[in-house]
Ligand binder design. Structure first.
Ligand code: CTP
Length: 400
């Protein structure tokens, strides 16, 4: 079990750190809370001492004989600052050491992770963005804030992600994932699109978005900036991911192209509807007195994956497709998949055998990964998060 230092900076979201602390301690980790002076305006030391079972110290001149300012960082397996304010990010980026937390950040040899929370203006400020870039370039993990309600009635980017999501990301960092996507922007599409027939009915599919969200979470833990274009996904949002919600294939297409403009890799894990109704009726379709069922004429949607391949000018971004295949009399699953990889022109194709329908909505997945270079990798059944890391391993090999 790990020795975790939980740094708490002075933001209103510091109350959520109490729940984060519980998640660590309840799963057997030992947590030492190091709050900043200003954070004690929001949550007092008594809360941290009671919940962690350890003394709490803010400055470097208490218990000097224990040399806490060096020992705490040296003994940690992970230093996690949540919430991380603009101020603590600035101090960390510049190596200031004027309290116990900043000293701990300088003495830590273990992974260091920041979960920022602040107002949108402060997050977007050029100084904060430069500090975040500096920290990431040094190999620290800085997860993206969530979008949502901020301190007052305002909403925007800057919210602390849910404690459970920060905890999941922290466990991945603790697992020692290499920061091999640091400085990279990756785009993942997830879920299944809906094509409306009338205001209440749509054509859809069984994709839950689980594999796409697992890919996003895995990329965050490897240091990437991650955009997920999510089609009708009702799962909790992975911490540190920019989620763009869409409904139809056309919306998915526009948002994927927009996000892909500066991407290093695009993974099309979504299941876009191949067809949409030729006409969308403005009012609900009624039954007729003579009982004749309406005929629905479909038109084909553009293939986003093919468009991405066609639009790229060099080998960047690395483009990954998914293929849900069944074998038939004419060819096996892999033969169909090889043909699809050639047709689509992407770099990698993740092939799921869906003969038994056993992929959708499940936590596990098994797949074969085909490369345009002729490579074939077989991944045995395992958690979707594990498959996600294997897919990123293959992507990392293909980045310049
Ligand atoms: N895809 C896409 N745009 C579409 C349809 C699919 O980008 N309009 C992407 C999916 O996200 C996936 C890959 O293409 O990464 C494979 O999709 P699939 O529907 O299995 O391929 P199809 O070309 O539609 O082949 P099939 O005839 O087997 O349906």
């Amino acid at each position: 079990m790990a020795e975790v230092v939980l740094g708490v900076a002075g933001g209103i979201a510091s109350y959520k750190a109490a729940e984060l602390l519980r998640l660590f301690t309840e799963s057997g980790h030992s947590v030492r809370v190091v709050p900043t002076e200003s954070s004690l305006h929001f949550v007092g030391a008594a809360t941290w001492e009671a919940l962690s079972g350890k003394p709490v110290q803010v400055g470097v001149f208490e218990h000097v004989d224990e040399v806490a300012h060096v020992r705490i960082g040296q003994g940690a397996d992970l230093v996690l600052v949540a919430p991380a304010t603009a101020n603590i990010l600035a101090k960390a980026a510049h190596g200031l050491a004027d309290d116990l937390l900043t000293n701990t950040l300088l003495t830590a040899r273990c992974p260091v992770m920041f979960a920022p929370a602040m107002h949108t203006e402060m997050w977007e400020n050029a100084a904060t963005q430069a500090n975040v870039a500096t920290l990431r370039a040094r190999g620290h993990v800085v997860i993206e804030p969530a979008v949502g309600r901020l301190t007052g009635v305002d909403t925007g980017k800057g919210r602390l992600p849910a404690p459970a999501e920060i905890f999941a990301a922290a466990l991945d960092v603790l697992a020692g994932r290499a920061q091999d996507l640091a400085g990279r922007h990756v785009v993942v599409s997830a879920g299944g699109t809906r094509e409306f027939l009338d205001p209440v009915r749509y054509l859809g599919n069984r994709s839950s978005g689980r594999q796409g969200f697992a890919l996003a979470a895995a990329a965050v833990s490897r240091g990437a900036r991650v955009t997920v274009v999510a089609a009708n996904v009702s799962l909790p949002r992975p911490a540190g991911v920019d989620v763009v919600d869409v409904v139809s294939t056309e919306e998915l297409r526009q948002q994927v192209h927009r996000a892909a403009a500066d991407a290093d890799a695009v993974v099309m894990a979504a299941a876009p509807a191949d067809f949409r109704p030729a006409d969308v009726v403005g009012a609900k379709i009624k039954k007729t007195a003579d009982g004749v069922a309406p005929e629905i004429r479909l038109v084909e949607n553009p293939d986003i994956l093919v468009e991405l391949v066609t639009a790229r000018t060099s080998k960047r971004p690395v483009i990954v497709g998914f293929a849900a295949e069944t074998g038939d009399a004419s060819a096996s699953v892999i033969e169909h998949a090889r043909a699809k990889l050639a047709r689509k022109g992407c770099d990698l194709l993740v092939v799921n055998d869906v003969s038994g329908g056993q992929v959708f909505g499940q936590d596990d997945n098994e797949a074969v990964l085909l490369g345009a270079d002729g490579s074939v990798e077989q991944f045995p059944r395992g958690p979707k998060g594990e498959l996600a890391h294997q897919i990123w391993d293959a992507v990392v090999h293909r980045l310049d």
